[in-house]
Design a protein around this ligand. Structure first.
Ligand code: ADP
Ligand code: MG
Length: 715
């Protein structure tokens, strides 16, 4: 055993390129037990992992506060002063130890709830101390629970690093004695063994151009910051590097895809497209729609496969873009399909497109889970012999039995509802992958979109069709319900229709269902038949039943639609002018925005009423205020991102962007843009990083890919 250790030690000498791959157990002070804990709790298996375990934050001990400078919002502060009084105060359970700590500007209380006896014995009255900790403002006074304390005399003698790193921790780690201090010590040991020299991972061009500090200097200062300035530079350098390699991966994937995967060339924009454009377009396209169609035509006419994301707010008119893209496919003797996440939406697309196509000689069919067997058979046959041009449907399209004669284009609506595996099935529906257009109404800030879906090209419809009145949005408390009912009555009198939406959250389905039913009953009482007709749609209904109710509302046979969020996506009823969202505080921002988008589709003024109880969290308030203030989907998305972080954002899990060690995709947006800019610039000049000056990048890139591959969003 001993021999083996010696051999390994020799193999992993600092001179060897693999040194950093040495298992962490071999680091002095670790051993097998700690190694196991480090691995399971922090994912630290090797020397390299430990170096890349970056502190979450730093305690700033460069600054000394005076007591009268303290802010009420709590923060870590360091203060010099002395204890003038010490007492124990009984409380519900046990007692607490309270010291009155003063400097010449004021006083605060130091408080201990545990270990009081020992602390009491240690503390010296009227002797200068340096205390460090978080302050609270409570009952008109500042207090600092469990402060770190050091006699001023000792403090002056000791050599400290100014910015104290705080590493990620878990309960298990602290239970097993692997404290912050221990991790700090281990890093010291590691820097001793490596002499603090690490292989540079960025090219000298980049280092020079961006004035970045070297890898070794950055790693040193991230773990042992010499000053705030150096820490900031270390963070910048490491964040840049991390984002740069993510971008490099995404962009080169895109380049490779275009090079390797031959797309079907749709070289003619033919009769159908032109006929439709000239004779059947029901409205003038917005300039954003025209621009996007042009971008799509560019893709389709090139030799590469299109892989494009179309972002456009609810109501921005993505459907017509989808249709015209389908026409180009048919013009080139290919078939097309459009897949929607729900049956309701698929049905609506089918009807909408059919109406738009009018008398054009195009065959179109709908395939969903509830398509009849005979209908299915017919569709399968016509797809295979090529009689069917366009297939609209749900997941049912993905089934193996669905075989196209020549699928050239697949459009996916609301793609975040589909998993990666499902989308990849579409790729295999022809011997060459069809062109892919994914559409989403969940807007994401553009740079973020680029890094999440870096292997997609992105188009944006950033303009609503003309004549849309902005939707008046208000927030009302439940106590105002009667007034709201009065308002509904008025709108119905004017011939309009109303949605009333209830939340449906998986964990409390039964309760939510009860809320919905209670709400439904009170509305039925308030709006009695036969004067009023009411539809209800919820997740526990059979799909035929849902369809039936939905259709009644679409046709205007019912005035009120009571529903759970099943109507969230895509439903189009231009005559509906009021959206009431019950328990609005329980919805996320993007959901609220989507729901609101169901109204304001016709010519009349529309309204969105957000109903809540009085009890609202700060985040809920922010969400409601944002909804009332703006209807700009991108602005809403930014707020949403700030509230929730990127973690919940669609696609982040799949794209691997969350595995970032130091950069924050939201906060470090500027660094991200810089990283993307340079990644693009370098790959444009040198797509395979073959040039000598990019040798460092080539090597590091290979390392990065070996250890962490970013998922293709779509493939
Ligand atoms: P979304 O982007 O949410 O899918 P839709 O495609 O459903 O939006 O379009 C919303 C509504 O706007 C539809 O009723 C559609 O007919 C209409 N519309 C789309 N484009 C235009 C336009 N350029 N001018 C006028 N109305 C339009
Ligand atoms: Mg739509």
């Amino acid at each position: 055993m001993v021999v083996a250790v010696v051999c390994l030690k020799h193999y992993f000498s600092p001179m060897n390129a693999n040194f950093l791959q040495t298992p962490i157990a071999y680091l002095k002070g670790v051993g097998p037990n700690r190694a196991e804990t480090l691995a399971s709790e922090l994912g630290v298996h090797t020397y390299q992992d430990l170096i890349n375990l970056f502190p979450n934050r730093y305690l700033d001990k460069t600054r000394y506060y005076r007591i009268n400078q303290l802010q009420r919002s709590s923060a870590d502060v360091q203060i010099i002063g002395k204890i003038v009084h010490l007492k124990t105060v009984p409380q519900k359970q046990g007692k607490r130890l309270v010291a009155t700590f003063v400097d010449d500007t004021g006083q605060l209380e130091l408080v201990w709830f545990r270990g009081q006896k020992w602390i009491q014995e240690q503390l010296k009255l009227n002797t200068p101390y340096v205390v460090f900790g978080k302050t609270n403002w409570f009952g008109g006074a500042f207090s600092m629970p469990h402060p770190e304390m050091e006699l001023l005399a000792d403090h002056e003698k000791s050599t400290r690093i100014a910015m104290q790193p705080i590493y990620p921790s878990t309960e298990k780690l602290s239970n097993r004695g692997i404290t912050n201090r221990v991790i700090h010590k281990l890093n010291q040991q590691l820097f001793l063994e490596t002499k603090g020299v690490f292989r540079e991972t960025l090219s000298s061009d980049l280092l020079e151009e961006l004035k970045l500090i070297s890898k070794s200097e950055a790693l040193f200062n991230i773990h042992f910051p010499k000053s705030q300035q150096l820490l900031a530079r270390a963070q910048f350098r490491l964040k840049f590097e991390e984002l740069f390699y993510v971008q490099l991966q995404l962009i080169s994937k895109n380049i490779n895809r275009k090079r390797k995967i031959k797309g079907f060339p749709f070289d003619q924009v033919g009769t159908l497209f032109h006929d439709f454009y000239a004779n059947h377009l029901p409205f003038e396209l917005t300039s954003a729609q025209k621009r996007v169609i042009k971008e799509i035509r560019g893709d389709l006419g090139s030799n590469a496969q299109m892989n494009r994301l179309l972002q456009g707010d609810v109501g921005s008119g993505k459907t017509i873009v989808a249709l015209m893209t389908l026409l180009i496919a048919i013009d080139n003797d290919f078939q097309g399909c459009l897949m929607a996440p729900t049956e309701i939406l698929a049905v609506q697309h089918f009807q909408g497109l059919k109406a738009l196509l009018g008398k054009l000689d195009i065959s179109i069919a709908l395939l969903t889970g509830s398509s009849k067997k005979s209908e299915r058979k017919r569709i399968h046959a016509e797809l295979e012999n090529g009689d069917l041009h366009i297939l609209i449907g749900t997941h049912a399209i993905l089934e193996d039995k669905v075989v196209f004669k020549n699928l050239g284009l697949a459009i996916i609506d609301e793609q975040h509802r589909f998993g990666v595996a499902q989308r990849s099935k579409l790729w295999k529906k022809n011997h060459n992958p069809p062109h892919i257009l994914v559409m989403t109404a969940t807007p994401i800030p553009r740079t973020l979109a680029m890094s999440l879906y870096g292997d997609l090209d992105i188009s944006v419809i950033d303009e609503l069709p003309p004549g849309r009145k902005s939707i008046k949005t208000v927030h009302r408390y439940d106590t105002n319900r009667l007034k709201v009912f009065g308002f509904i009555r008025n709108e119905i009198k004017k011939g309009h229709q109303v949605y009333v939406v209830y939340p449906l959250i998986q964990e409390s389905q039964a309760l939510d269902y009860k809320d919905l039913m209670d709400g439904y009953e009170s509305i039925v009482r308030e709006f009695p038949q036969p004067e009023y007709q009411i539809s209800i749609v919820h997740g526990q209904m059979k799909s035929e039943q849902k369809d039936f109710e939905m259709q009644r509302f679409v046709k205007g046979e019912t005035q009120i639609m009571v529903a759970t969020t099943v109507i969230e996506v895509g439903v189009n009823v231009p005559n509906a002018s009021v959206m009431i969202i019950e328990s609005a505080e329980r919805f996320g921002l993007s959901q609220l925005h989507q729901l609101r988008g169901r109204v304001g589709r016709g010519a009349d003024q529309s309204y969105c009423i957000l109903m809540t109880s009085f009890k609202l969290s700060q985040d809920s308030k922010t969400r409601l205020e944002t909804m009332v203030r703006t209807s700009d989907g991108f602005e809403i998305a930014e707020v949403d991102l700030k509230l929730r972080g990127p973690g919940d954002l669609m696609g982040t899990q799949q794209s691997g962007i969350l595995a970032l060690k130091i950069a924050d995709i939201v906060k470090d947006n500027d660094i991200l843009k810089t990283a993307r800019f340079y990644a693009q610039k370098i790959l444009r000049e040198d797509p395979s990083l073959a040039l000598e000056k990019n040798a460092v990048l080539r090597y590091s890139y290979a390392q990065v890919v070996k250890h962490k591959t970013i998922w293709n969003y779509i493939s």
